[in-house]
Design a protein around this ligand. Sequence first.
Ligand SMILES: [Zn+2]
Length: 443
Amino acid sequence: MIRSRILATGLLSLFTVACSGESETVLSQIDNVQKPTSTKSDISVEFDDKMLSISPELLNLAQGEKGEFTIVTQPNFLIDQVQGCGALLNKSKNKVQVMGNGKVCTIKVTSRVSSPPIAVTSSTSGYGEFVALAQTVEQGSHFEIQVKPQQDYELESIEGCGSEYDAGTWVVKNAQSPCHLLAKFKSSFDTPEAFTHTIRLPVVVHVLENDNVQIEDSKIQRQIELLNLHFRQSKLLEDLENFSGRSKIPAAQIPFIADVGIQFYLATHTPSDRPFNGINRVADQGFISAASILGSMYDSNKYINIWVGEKSPEQVDDAVAYLAGTSEVASGISIDYRALANYNRTFDPNLKKTLTHQFGHFLGLIGHITEGPESGHRFLPCGGDTQQSLNCRNQDLLFNYMRNNSVDDNDKRMFSISQAEIMRNWVTSGPLKQLYHNNIDKQ
Ligand SMILES: [Zn+2]
């Protein structure tokens, strides 16, 4: 039975009797005659109190003043529609929001019996996850499906429950019976041509926040995305509009450009196995210090640690790779926040290569191609074991990521095949093999 919750003034009583909550036209006529618009007016709600309870019973609002009613639904009932007074239903908060317009009026909230919930189960293939997927939905409901691929993966398709891709989102338009959703994620990159398999490694980015260091998640995510493009010598780099990525590299050296076949993703779980976006924000003071690095480090046999913070003016250009298996207590890379690449998926030849360069060091490229130990990578043949390249040594590759600080980022554009071999061995059988084996199920 519909019962009006209108309690208030004579004017309202007159209205409810006269128009049964239906006609705002009548209401406004009465209102216009009897009330100046500058005074407050009552807004009430009509609803079925077997299905709903709504509070407050009445709002008394001046013109332009905002107010809201809170709805509590009884078990097995749903809000169906909200009409009148220009009111809007905020479904997620179960609130009806309304603005005073100088007129007495009534909002009509209709409700109905809900159907039994439908179970929605889900699974994934590849690396990614559903975001906030309801385990049950109402029969006939329409819902959007949100997913989050890992950094080096992308969504390929969603199957089941009648899901379809519509105007940029995946949706289920009419859930009718229990069903199963399958999200298929695929690597953003193919298997590398020169190597047998792709290597995937998790990174955690510790943002050492002080008054100057405030970095949005998206900037960090894009930096890792760019790092992957560099390590995978991605065709995407060439596909980006106007990108003439390889044109600076002499034609004779192009065969030695490596797709390293190593890609990185932001870690998905904390050391205590809680869901995680891979970005650990740490309140810090002053410049990056040994204490802040060691205090925030995650187990380096499970994660690659990256610390982003503020370096002192003398050290701002000095990113550091702390090598695992050496006398370093830390393992990972520290970098000044200003040295992060500002990558927006558009062409910029001067994008920072600092992190890419430091990853080269961290993965075993000791020294630069123009200086460093005799036993380092600079004298190795560019093509490594896989290609004849005795007439090319890494020291000849002037557009290599492993140039030193004095070289413009614009002139750092490639790893060689032999450098890629060193890095892969460093991971699979060198100082990082424990890290690799602890993540072997993510390959
Ligand atoms: Zn260096």
